[in-house]
Design a protein around this ligand. Sequence first.
Ligand code: RM4
Ligand code: MN
Ligand code: MN
Length: 422
Amino acid sequence: MEKYKVEEHNHQLTAEHKKNFEFISSRIPDAKAIVQKLQEFQIAIPSWALGTGGTRFGRFSGGGEPGNLEEKIEDVGLIHALNKSSGAISLHIPWDIPNNAQSIKALAAQHGLRFDAVNSNTFQDQQQQQHSYKFGSLQHVDKRVRQQAIDHNIEVIRHGIELGSDSLTVWLSDGSCFPGQLNFRKAFQRTLEGLKQIYAALPDNWKMFVEYKAFEPNFYSMTVGDWGQSLLYATKLGPKAFTLVDLGHHLANANIEQIVALLLEEGKLGGFHFNDSKYGDDDLTVGSINPYQLFLIFNELVEGMDARNMNHATDLAWMIDASHNVKDPLEDLLQSVEAIKIAYAQSLIVDKKALVIAQEANDVVTAQEILQHAYRTDVRPLVAEARLLAGGALQPLQLFRTLKVRENLIKERGLKTVATGL
Ligand code: RM4
Ligand code: MN
Ligand code: MN
């Protein structure tokens, strides 16, 4: 993505943008400080979401998908060049094995990218793998299977160290499909034992994220099924272990913003996987189904992080975890990042002092008005200004289409391509 193309695009849109930006700036205090925070806020892109996702009923491959890790890094570099908000990539191993870490790191650096959390995969069997994960990994009744899963996680940490990553995300599909299949207590203990061994292999400055999920692929029980179980593991493991919240991993109507608030209060919220969903782990574009919930979550994040003097941009791991069945993955990711930034900006303009006064006075109506006032404010010019100052495009999606990026990728990589990942 040549710089002049972004500049040309911005040039055409500047006059209109300036008008919109002045309008919002005159209506909120500290527009400058908010723009600064928006500039700093980066969201990591998952390496497994750059191709078309499938469901168990099929997969309709898009064209020009990245065929290897280098091309995936180029794709994330492209997103970042457009929005200046996606300065990190999160790798899933073994879907993406960085065989030559030095050159992979150099390529990422060329695109202004760093490596976010590395992810282990003990939910699928790989070719040449000795033992099967059919009945779980860390919870497995057979010690050899557990050891294999532990070894894999330690291997993933090793890759992460080489790339300059500083966190490991462990998501386990362990659980059971039928009553009686599993002894819950034993499964928990075995899993804890395995996690402890992985934890012991973490370098000092590393964090470990224990991600929970309510159901799927197991449908009766999940061994890390909710935030309570994840918090139990994280607490027993020690100060380097945290809970990771994936928005699509809750039962219907769960109050995710409350979960987030309490995990933060306990100092045990570590990372986030953003997506949206209607039913379960739908992995839809962030903010596409329930943008108000996203805003409420950010409202708690900002409130809770400020209460603990945390740095919004760096003290939690912000990642997208999505799958795109019908959209161009790059367009979907651009939309997701934009939705996250909008929700973040909205939460920054909440009149927090007035909210506290309303809460203390049991003034329910005013409390609601304060939140909804922020939510109903069009903050897009703030987000666009932050992008402009950082050298990104005023309208990333529009520029992506004008420049026919996908068409060019198809020319380069071919029409029939399948990326590794979901
Ligand atoms: C899981 C979970 C993990 C992700 C895998 C691919 O449902 O969200 O974070 O690594 O999917
Ligand atoms: Mn996830
Ligand atoms: Mn998921």
